[in-house]
Design a protein around this ligand. Sequence first.
Ligand code: CDP
Length: 227
Amino acid sequence: MMQQKKIIITIDGFSSCGKSTLALQIAQALDYIWIDSGAMYRAIALYFLRHQVDMENKETIEKALENIELDFTINQVTHKSTIRLNGEEVETEIRQMPISELVSPVAAIPEVREFAVVQQRKMGEKKGIVMDGRDIGTTVFPNAELKIFLTADLETRINRRFAEMKRTNPQVTREEVQTNIENRDYIDSTRAISPLKKAQDARVLDNSHLSFDQQISIVLNWVNELV
Ligand code: CDP
């Protein structure tokens, strides 16, 4: 596809509706960079867990954030991004249940959000980026050219995440996955700062019954209208 200009594409939505999969597909199709903003919150949560950071104490939180450096290595061929926490690849560890349970409370902390958002905005300076998360279209890039609010029904989301988590943790139960998704959805959409909500100008895409090919062709049509 001939690209006239590079744009910013945001994908927000509830847990496990396939944001990362869609973001990667778009990045590959357009030769864009994909940034998984959730991985940043997960890596911060991992640091908080390892260092037993007191989440009630603003000073302790600020100190911890000063010691956290996040960066992504991006595979030039697959466009997959791998997050590093202070130089260590933590991609596998941050997808496990202990982090899934801690991440939403950590992501609700104002200092944590400020820390992440500053870095996310920097990553978008050159455009040509697809970023997925919860507040990307509302807070991080309110002027993004294309905003997508991705949805899928709860059963579909639980099934997808259960299958995904079972691959690295055969012990995980469907109930655990369901509880985690519901808890995170609740915390993410009710927190005071940058709660998950559809940006006014976002386009809704429900992929419950769409194939990968169908969803990507819908999005690429939207991109073509804009570039
Ligand atoms: O993949 P999944 O949808 O389950 O979650 P994620 O994208 O890995 O994000 C993990 C958690 O990070 C979310 O449940 C939110 O609490 C938080 N998050 C956020 O607050 N803001 C973002 N832009 C992205 C993630």
